[in-house]
Design a binder for this molecule. Structure first.
Ligand code: SAM
Length: 336
């Protein structure tokens, strides 16, 4: 059995082993000493160890990842992007109510909408770029048709903008809430199925050349991924991750996507709300793994940025991350 003392010794010795050489830089020295103190002050927790590892990875990777600044960009000079912004605002303005109070109260966890956000769901998002705008802009650079998966659909604000942006699309939504009434109203139903009460439920919709599959299930349940794989042998070329914002969630999603061969070689993986250290570290681990699988270059294919989200100007900026086979190196130019 590892005692707290062993654990401290292991943490400290690991730090010393990792940095045994002469450390000339005074800042580095201080930072290593701080790590040792942290390891000593968290005896018995592997957290300090993991923190150091992920921190190393974080430092190593962020040197080559550019943090671009999307914050505060109003309607941009790029015409393509401007057209997307105006179409998205028009799509949103056609929906008077995304979530009525009774549906919210009777739902499992309120569709991920905190009470303070509820009144802002139907308000105009404003003219600054949102993640939906930029996601669609990049998505349009991939070859068609888009095979889209949104993990965490909530009432469908982003999902519906994506569906409306494409003439032809196979869109998959996953959430442990039922498909919202606002979305259902807009998508003619082809029926639904659920093998038994404990299984995730699948509902199919079709509107013109848009095929929509909505899976009601827990993203941590392997059965949810079996269903997603069953309905989509071709895999996804765009995945928007916005469900249970945690390190464990995005690593589990990634593991399921890869093990079920659901990501092909031309893709966008998009992550919302990378706000805490653990989420960022998990994002970098995923980026690192994608780099070795698909030969990505961090400067061209991975970006972090702060941007407005589903309620636009009514909430603080979200830290988003994207990992893609597309070359993003001129994104700053496109945004200017
Ligand atoms: C922030 S909302 C998604 C917003 C939406 N993507 C948009 O931009 O319009 C997060 C959603 O994730 C769902 N969610 C959270 N944890 C989940 C889980 N373990 N499995 C499935 N869905 C989950 C919540 O029910 C909620 O609807």
């Amino acid at each position: 059995m590892i005692t707290p003392k062993d654990s401290v010794l292991r943490d400290v010795s690991e730090i010393l082993l990792r940095f045994p050489t002469a450390i000339n830089n005074i800042k580095k020295k201080i930072s290593y000493i701080k790590r040792i103190i942290r390891a000593v002050s968290h005896p018995g927790q592997s957290l300090s160890n993991r923190w150091i590892r992920t921190r190393n990875e974080f430092v190593r990777i962020t040197r080559s990842i550019e943090l671009i600044d999307v914050v505060g960009r109003p309607v941009v000079s790029n015409e393509t992007l401007r057209a997307i912004v105006s179409q998205n605002r028009a799509v949103l303005s056609q929906v008077d109510s995304w979530l009525d109070i009774d549906t919210w109260k009777n739902s499992r966890f309120g569709y991920g909408v905190p009470e303070r956000i509820l009144p802002t769901l139907d308000m105009a998002v404003g003219d600054e770029l949102t993640y939906s705008d930029l996601l669609i802009y990049l998505m349009n650079k991939l070859s068609k048709p888009i095979r889209y998966l949104e993990i965490g659909v909530s009432v469908g604000k982003n999902f519906w903008q994506v569906v409306c942006s494409q003439e032809t699309i196979k869109a998959f939504g996953l959430d442990w809430e039922e498909c919202s009434p606002a979305l259902q109203e807009r998508m003619p139903s082809l029926g639904s199925s659920s093998p038994n009460d404990s299984s995730p439920k699948t509902a199919l919709y079709k509107k013109d050349r848009k095929e929509i599959t909505y899976v009601t299930g827990d993203e941590f349940d392997p059965k949810t991924w079996e269903i997603l794989t069953l309905h989509n042998s071709e895999g996804f070329n765009v995945v928007f991750s916005d469900a249970s914002h945690s390190e464990q969630a995005i690593l589990t999603e990634y593991e399921r996507l890869i093990s079920n061969n659901l990501v092909k070689d031309k893709f966008i993986l998009w992550y919302d709300d990378l706000n805490n250290h653990e989420m960022k570290a998990a994002f970098f681990r995923i980026a690192n793994d994608m780099r070795s699988r698909f030969g990505l270059d961090f400067r061209e294919n991975v970006k972090l940025f702060k941007i407005q989200g589903w309620v636009g100007i009514h909430a603080p900026y979200h830290l988003n991350g994207v990992i893609t086979s597309l070359d993003l190196s001129d994104l700053n130019k496109a945004l200017s």
